[in-house]
Write a protein that binds this ligand. Structure first.
Ligand code: HEC
Length: 136
């Protein structure tokens, strides 16, 4: 009987940690971030609608980031430097700000040109890069 108590506690702890709800939340949060992967012109929900409404130069840094960059940079997808992660960004800042904007605009490795903001101007990409650097 005594031996079964720690086992029970461990089982309970595991059940609390990995219960179904938590797993569901994890899955749904991953799924919701994929909404940002929709490209403009496709009918894939709110992200696209926001792009259309705010198109052509009137977008804020935050909205460009949210619709065009967050899908990868929020969670560090494919090695993307994460929003708010000082050490990941500092290593890249060593290249110089200009270079970072150029690479975001033209693409580099897993970073597609302009991210998911297919109609972004270079100035808008600049705003989004600045927005990410402001977060660290
Ligand atoms: C599909 C995923 C994805 C999206 C969307 C995305 N990025 Fe990236 N980004 C990456 C990855 C992966 C890297 C790391 C590339 C590498 O250096 O290997 C990266 C790197 C970067 C870098 C660093 C470049 C360098 O020279 O080190 C900047 C700046 C950047 N992204 C800006 C942006 C901006 C601005 C947006 C939105 C307009 C954006 N990214 C959208 C995946 C993405």
């Amino acid at each position: 009987m005594k031996k079964s108590i720690p086992l029970f506690v461990i089982t309970l702890a595991v059940a609390l940690f990995f219960n179904g709800k938590k797993y569901d939340e994890l899955v749904s949060s991953r799924l919701s971030s994929s909404i940002g992967v929709c490209l403009e012109g496709q009918s894939c929900g709110q992200a696209t609608a926001m792009n259309v409404v705010t198109a052509a130069g009137s977008r804020s840094a935050e909205s460009i980031y949210t619709t065009g960059c967050a899908a990868c940079h929020d969670g560090g997808i494919a090695g993307a430097p994460m929003m708010g992660n000082k050490s990941q960004w500092e290593a890249r800042q060593a290249k110089g700000y200009e270079m970072l904007v150029n690479n975001a605009y033209n693409g580099i490795n897993g970073m597609p040109a302009k991210g998911l903001c297919v109609d972004c101007t270079k100035e808008e990409i600049d705003l989004a890069v600045q927005y990410m650097l402001d977060s660290i």
